[in-house]
Design a protein around this ligand. Structure first.
Ligand code: DC
Length: 216
């Protein structure tokens, strides 16, 4: 827990729970910002995309998506193939199914309420999972910039791909995530929009921390 003014005020509210909701499209930087914000305040962090990726990975090995979502186990989240482009697309596809989303709601809400504070990142945290979150951020960037970042990330991990392939994947996922009937990706009305296209990680993090401090 940081001992600055905002940290102290947040500390006072820790027993009642303090939730920070961070939404946005793929590779906009929300994961990096979420981890850094959680570390700064000593809050727990949940990357909710991992839940959908775990369901998507089980579907790729032949499981039914609703069955996978309702029987998800901690070991499903430990698989080391969850960060591949193939699993990301499968996650985006299972995420349109209302029953899959419904099966994952309680776990996310319980996590959000934990004493000590929580940061959740995803697509529908500020709109559906935690509409009463004390802070809501919507982190975005142009599709081209996001594709470039994701390309560098994937190739650094040894995955074979091209920038065009990654851009097509990003656009297909944006389209599916933003236009689905159930909990589509969009900023909550009271979210601060942070466009990271022209920001460094440090600059984007400062905007996020300033907003959190202003809400405490
Ligand atoms: O954040 P991510 O790239 O790991 O998410 C993978 C997919 O999971 C994303 O394309 C849509 C889905 N998802 C969702 O529908 N709702 C969330 N809260 C998080 C992820």
């Amino acid at each position: 827990m940081a001992d600055d003014a905002a940290g102290t005020k947040l500390g006072d509210r820790m027993t009642t729970g303090f939730t920070i909701a961070i939404d946005g499209p793929a590779a906009a930087g929300k994961g990096t910002i979420s981890k850094a914000v959680a570390a700064h305040y000593g809050f727990a962090h949940l990357d909710t995309g991992l839940l959908y990726r775990a369901v998507g990975a089980r579907v790729l090995i032949g499981d039914d998506p609703i069955e996978a979502a309702t029987t998800l186990q901690p070991t499903d989240l430990d698989r080391d193939d969850l960060r591949t482009a193939e699993v990301a697309q499968s996650a985006s596809k299972v995420a349109v199914i209302a029953e899959v989303r419904a099966a994952l709601v309680d776990f996310q809400r319980a996590f959000a309420r934990r004493a000590g504070g929580a940061v959740l990142d995803g697509r529908d945290i500020g709109t559906v999972i935690c509409p009463n979150a004390q802070v809501k951020l919507y982190v975005t960037a142009s599709a081209e910039i996001r594709a470039k970042r994701r390309f560098l990330e994937l190739t650094a991990k040894g995955q074979m791909t091209t920038i065009d392939e990654v851009l097509a994947d990003v656009k297909a996922r944006d389209d599916r995530d933003m236009n689905r009937a159930e909990a589509p990706l969009k900023p909550a009305k009271d979210a601060l929009i942070i466009d990271t296209s022209d920001l460094s990680i440090e600059e984007a993090l400062k905007v996020a921390l300033d907003e959190i401090a202003s809400q405490t």
